[in-house]
Design a protein around this ligand. Sequence first.
Ligand SMILES: C[S@@+](CC[C@H](N)C(=O)[O-])C[C@H]1O[C@@H](n2cnc3c(N)ncnc32)[C@H](O)[C@@H]1O
Length: 278
Amino acid sequence: MIDINKSYNESNLETMAKMPDCFVDLTVTSPPYDGLRTYNGYSFPFEDIAKELFRITKQGGILVWIVGDGHEKGGETLTSFKQALFFKEIGFIVHDTIIYKKNNFSVPFPDKYHQTFEYCFILSKGKKKTFNPICDRKNKKAGQSGGVQSITEKDGTRSKRSAKIINDYGKRHNVWEYDTGMYLSTKDKFAFNHPAIFPEELVKDHIISWSNEGDLVYDPFMGSGTTAKMSILNNRNWIGSEISSEYCTIIEERIKKALEEKRKEKDLQAGTLFGNEM
Ligand SMILES: C[S@@+](CC[C@H](N)C(=O)[O-])C[C@H]1O[C@@H](n2cnc3c(N)ncnc32)[C@H](O)[C@@H]1O
């Protein structure tokens, strides 16, 4: 068996070998892309990892695979699509492809438009069991009535009814935009010793959308520990794997800070409750 709420300094295949079948509710992760960056201890047997991820995912669980493409021979590698097709081949359903749009780019291209997005493949093992849609898209018609609609009644006759008042906010669409880069992806300055940090808000939004409080979230490529941090702050259990011991030092510090933040939040809530009772 395996301990939860713990980061493992080892290859993800070693960590997953300790997990029983159908164990994890949600995986949120980003693998090394086409050797775009060099990580300490780089090792990436994609197909073995993909099969293990399928095995350890619960029925109805989700894998969020966040990936971009490198370049070869003057064109894009399309490794992202090859990986998505492989996930489909081994049994995952490609439930959605969300575009994660960045507000800036890391490498300028003189002969093409700058690259400012990555794919989030939302892969489910069977029919997904959890979807908590985020409704933060301001409706242009907020506050207005939807007008009069013509309805067919059960007996086939037609009648007219006023449509619902349109809510202020609707379900967001599947292009998600975030601030990225130095001190924008996170305020944890020390985390920038890792070269490829997720924006915390991106991870939080996936955790909220595809899992419930108390669920188990896994990141097989922990990097600086963003998934662990956002799981702690959003009341989920978590497990992480990171092969490089240098990055594990960042993870430990981030987890310590997140637990401290959570403890302060609880103390504050308890204080407020106590204050109300007085
Ligand atoms: C793209 S980074 C992940 C960054 C992470 N999302 C964050 O927010 O910091 C990929 C990480 O995977 C690690 N890695 C590469 N191969 C691995 C393996 N087989 N098992 C565990 N970690 C691995 C690398 O050291 C690197 O830190």
